[in-house]
Design a protein around this ligand. Sequence first.
Ligand code: MG
Length: 152
Amino acid sequence: MLRTGIGYDSHRLVAGRPLILGGESIPFERGLEGHSDADAVAHALTDALLGASALGDIGRLFPDSDPQWKDADSIGLLRLACERLRAEGFVPRQADITVVLERPKLAPFLPAIINRLSTATGIPPHALNEGMGFIGRGEGIAVIAVAMVESA
Ligand code: MG
């Protein structure tokens, strides 16, 4: 049986932080504020996969009150979430991700991001799509993800 899930995440852009999206370091004068690396792409995709599997959300699986997850690499958390899915009998099959931002341009980084997300989730690159939308005053980045999993 195929099941779908949706994930959403947003972070404010602030000075003095690296910008990391989908595990890629993206050269920019600001980065996303938050716990861990604030990788909104990884967070939204993780939530979509957990939602499709009815396994809660990233905050429940990796609470930021737990020192174990402080400064955690979000691609690592995505990989751990997928291991949990598989242990519960679900296989990640496909995902579509929309990144809503003004700047910087992400197009040059998309192949590398897709590659990282594919490695972390086991979803083949051809079943991963990432697009972009534009809104707001450049104060933050929002990400919407839809994912499909297959249950055994
Ligand atoms: Mg987040």
